[in-house]
Write a protein that binds this ligand. Structure first.
Ligand SMILES: [Ca+2]
Ligand SMILES: [Ca+2]
Length: 329
């Protein structure tokens, strides 16, 4: 009988049977089983706790993200209201108006937010570039010259957006130039979607783009005029076919006063621009249609940025959001 029972015991107990009193083998098996179950339960508990923790983190991150995104779209809507009110109050746009310096860094409960509005018509619209005969082409060349960038790069920018495959000028570039690169790609042959797209255009490296970035925009229109009330000095200098000296451009900026130029005639009447009205007049305006709201928010562990393109619609006296882009914090 004893032999038959022993057959059912684990080998370990069988081997030690001679050393221990009868009955120890059964107790040992029970102990090992209990230990095994304990270990199993511990591993299971750790796994469940970790899973629960991850679920809580996920929900918390989602909540923080929602909160952060609402803060950014909130400042965007605030900009829409301010610009709408501005439209109803006056007909020009200048840097001393409420839309400029919209929202300084502000603490809101667990979060922090900040927003600024940039007048995109205080910049040169890359999508104005259509042909080498166009006055916008000459203006862009002058802007490059003022910024000490090779003015011939304007040719490659034109080729990037024009629909044909004819190379414009010595620094122009079309498909054959891009297809020979590694990796190969084609020219867009359509309007710039963003100024960042310049990195694909021949001759525009990081150094050139960083220098140029504060002075350019990629607007969903052609013939966007330069707002003389918001344009920086370098762009005011480039407006003149002879390129104005820095003191002359600074005098023109001073002429904005506290209310800005009320019309182009007032600007063109300045002594610095004598005799240049016919060339400069078609390129300028005193108000703008396109603005960018740059919102930054922080909530919990998350940080984000939102860039919203706004357009004033004169016929309805409304401001609408036409594009949103999320950016790095
Ligand atoms: Ca205004
Ligand atoms: Ca082309």
């Amino acid at each position: 009988m004893e032999t038959n029972t022993s057959v059912c015991l684990p080998l370990l107990v069988m081997a030690d049977k001679q050393k221990y009193p009868t009955g120890f083998g059964q107790h040992g098996v029970a102990l090992l089983t209990v230990l095994f179950i304990l270990v199993l339960l511990t591993v299971l508990s750790v796994y469940l706790i970790e899973d629960e923790y991850m679920a809580i983190r996920r929900v918390s991150n989602l909540r923080d993200y929602e909160q952060m995104y609402h803060m950014m779209t909130g400042s965007e809507q605030w900009a829409v209201k301010v610009l709408q009110r501005d439209m109803q109050g006056n007909t020009n746009d200048h840097l001393l108006e409420a839309w400029h310096n919209l929202l300084p860094e502000t603490q809101i409960n667990e979060g922090r937010m900040q927003a600024e509005v940039v007048d995109l018509q205080g910049r040169f619209n890359l999508n104005n570039l259509r042909s080498r005969e166009d006055p916008w082409y000459a203006l862009f060349q002058r802007l490059l010259r003022v910024l000490e960038i090779d003015e011939a790069l304007a040719d490659a920018a034109i080729d990037w957006i024009d629909a044909d495959f004819d190379v414009s000028g010595p620094r122009g570039a079309e498909d054959p130039d891009y297809l020979s690169l590694t990796p190969p790609y084609r020219s867009a042959n359509q309007a710039f979607g963003s100024t960042g797209e310049l990195i694909w255009v021949a001759g525009f490296d990081d150094a050139v783009i960083n220098k140029l970035e504060p002075f350019i925009a990629a607007l969903p229109t052609v013939d966007a005029k330069i707002n003389i009330n918001t344009a920086p000095i370098a762009l005011l200098r480039a407006l003149s076919p002879t390129i104005l000296g820095e003191p002359a451009a600074e005098a023109l900026a001073q002429g904005r006063g506290e209310e800005g130029y009320q019309d182009a005639g007032e600007f063109l009447g300045a002594a610095e621009l004598a005799g240049q009205g016919d060339q400069i007049g078609p390129l300028i305006d005193v108000s703008s249609q396109f603005f960018e709201v740059r919102s930054r928010a922080e909530f919990g562990r998350l940080r984000g940025r939102l860039f919203s393109l706004l357009q004033k619609v004169g016929s309805t006296q409304q401001v609408r959001v036409i594009h949103r882009r999320r950016g790095l914090p």
